[in-house]
Design a binder for this molecule. Structure first.
Ligand code: SF4
Ligand code: SF4
Length: 193
């Protein structure tokens, strides 16, 4: 089992979801719509799954009519991360969401729905039951990165004391591994944690 499943997915307290359906009514993706279509045409499973259930709103205003608060929350968070490009953003809605906010294919819903919210860094709608828990998980990620940075500093000190080339190479390999952990969170701002 991967650490993603062990450390995150399997620990999500599913009971926090109060089945409001907001994350089905209006969503967006970090990948632009035209790129998603291209991936779908090339048989990419994630793109096929996503476009198999989600249909794009024609305009941002149409998405706002479905759930203004969620759209504005997404835009605000993308702007805060310097990641907002109005010409590239598309909002989608799921064709299986019913008027009573229930999923018409709940038992057969795809993996991407079962994994939602798929990371601590997912933008969830205002009032989502996972908000507090995701905040806590993001803080854990930040703590992990701070610890990694401390380890890098300690290794730097150690490197200055070591002359043996084999030992130096081993230290560099460990440094590389630790740096990869930090870089994994770069898009969330790990450089400033
Ligand atoms: S928005 Fe949050 S609480 Fe509402 S259905 Fe989605 S995951 Fe559950
Ligand atoms: S398939 Fe069901 S759970 Fe998945 S987004 Fe649509 S309504 Fe929500």
């Amino acid at each position: 089992m991967s650490s993603y499943e062990e450390n995150y997915l399997n620990k999500r307290p599913q009971e926090l979801c109060h089945m409001c359906g907001k994350c089905c009514r209006v969503v967006t993706t970090s990948i632009p719509y035209d790129k998603l279509l291209e991936l779908q045409n090339n048989g990419d499973k994630a793109a096929c799954d996503f476009l198999g259930i989600f249909v794009p709103f024609k305009t941002i205003e149409d998405a706002k009519k479905a759930d203004c608060g969620t759209v504005e929350n997404i835009i605000a968070q993308l702007k805060a991360d310097n990641n907002y490009n109005e010409s590239q953003i598309t909002f989608y809605t799921c064709k299986h969401l019913q008027d009573d906010n229930k999923c018409s294919i709940y038992e057969k819903r795809p993996t991407l729905c079962r994994h939602c919210p798929s990371t601590p860094w997912a933008i969830v709608p205002p009032g989502c039951g996972f908000e507090g828990w995701l905040f806590m998980k993001r803080e854990e990620d930040k703590e992990r990165v701070r610890k990694a940075k401390e380890e890098l500093l300690e290794l730097q000190v150690l490197k200055n004391k070591v002359n043996n080339p084999d030992t130096l190479n081993k230290i560099k390999a460990v440094e590389h591994k630790i740096q990869r952990t930090i870089d994994m969170y770069k898009k969330y701002g790990s450089e400033n944690w």
